[in-house]
Design a protein around this ligand. Structure first.
Ligand SMILES: NC(=O)c1ccc[n+]([C@@H]2O[C@H](COP(=O)([O-])OP(=O)(O)OC[C@H]3O[C@@H](n4cnc5c(N)ncnc54)[C@H](OP(=O)(O)O)[C@@H]3O)[C@@H](O)[C@H]2O)c1
Length: 291
């Protein structure tokens, strides 16, 4: 496996020596329209062929529909991909977590997921109970590793404590040029504790930028300088640091193929500084939502 990422500039790992390209594939809004099922399966498979082997999905996406797309996409290459799914916080009681994962495994048509996450902190169920269930599915071999999503440092510490000797290997959070709150304390904590940061929605807010505003103009200038696109510049910026993987969703082939170049695009320190000035760090830490 290690050799498959040789030559790729940016890689991450999830608590083992196996490395993966620091770009994965998101699946939010896949599986919604059944007419697009075959196309979405093909796009994921094409991404896998291009070494985007970390595939992020969730029980909640399209009510399990996204997991069905992933399940179809991975049938001929199950051992080569790293499948991530999540349990929704309203099912985060002991039995609920186990049932949710079993249903996910059915839809994914696989015996295990590589990483299982609590999707958001739950306002209904104690974290200790959720983590007890996570330990059970880990010990049964249904989840090869465990993590969380949308957690701040305080909650990460608690989750780690409840998991005991089992490592918490990932925290999936929103992170992009326009959403930098995770930099305050979450990313540094994760980097110090061998927790991989999975940056979600890494590019989706770019389209909302004023097309004539200074941020957009800078992205356009850098895209031209690096013979690339604004979205690739934004992705390269997200994965410029260790232990951060971006998981953009691309259902258009052109998007999928364009994004690949972020893995090898090196922004100069000066250009990083310019981006930092026009997309300033967030004034607040990651805000916790309890769902
Ligand atoms: N843990 C959580 O709470 C959470 C929350 C949100 C998302 N996520 C995960 O993170 C993944 C990514 O986040 P996201 O889907 O919200 O946003 P995103 O990946 O930042 O943006 C997706 C949008 O960007 C477009 N796009 C992709 N590549 C492009 C390119 N090169 N040029 C122009 N447009 C491009 C896609 O279009 P096309 O699809 O038409 O190609 C899609 O409309 C999700 O799919 C999901 O797996 C997790």
């Amino acid at each position: 496996m290690q050799s498959e990422t040789e030559g790729i500039m940016r890689v991450v790992s999830f608590g083992t020596n196996t490395t993966y390209a620091a770009l994965g594939q998101g699946t939010w809004r896949m599986g919604v329209d059944l007419n697009l099922f075959t196309h979405e399966v093909k796009m994921l498979q094409e991404g896998i062929q291009h070494n985007l082997r970390v595939i992020d999905t969730a029980a909640m996406y399209a009510d399990g529909g996204a997991e069905r797309v992933v399940g179809q996409a991975i049938q001929s290459c199950r051992d080569d991909v790293f499948v991530v799914t999540k349990v929704w916080p309203t099912h985060a009681n002991y039995e609920g977590v186990i049932t949710s994962l079993k249903n996910s495994l059915d839809r994914l048509n696989t015996a295990y997921v590589d990483l299982f996450l609590l999707h958001w902190p739950s306002k209904q169920y104690p974290l200790q109970e959720t983590m007890r269930a996570m330990v059970t599915v880990y010990e049964k071999g249904w989840a090869k590793s465990l993590g969380v999503s949308n957690f701040n440092v305080e909650l990460l510490r608690q989750a780690q404590q409840f998991l005991g000797n089992i490592p918490l290997v990932a925290n999936q959070v929103e992170y992009s040029l326009t959403a930098r709150a995770a930099e305050h304390s979450v990313i540094p904590y994760c980097q110090d504790h061998n927790i991989t940061v999975m940056a979600y929605s890494p590019i989706k807010h770019l389209n909302a930028l004023d097309p004539h505003g200074p941020q957009r103009l800078l992205l356009r200038e850098l895209a031209s300088k690096y013979h690339s696109t604004e979205h690739v510049i934004a992705l390269a910026w997200v994965i410029r640091q260790p232990q951060v993987i971006a998981i953009p969703k691309a259902s258009q082939r052109e998007h999928l193929l364009t994004n690949l170049s972020a893995l090898t695009l090196d922004l100069s320190p000066d250009d990083e500084k310019r981006l930092d000035t026009l997309f300033p760090p967030s004034s607040h830490d990651l805000t916790i939502k309890w769902l």
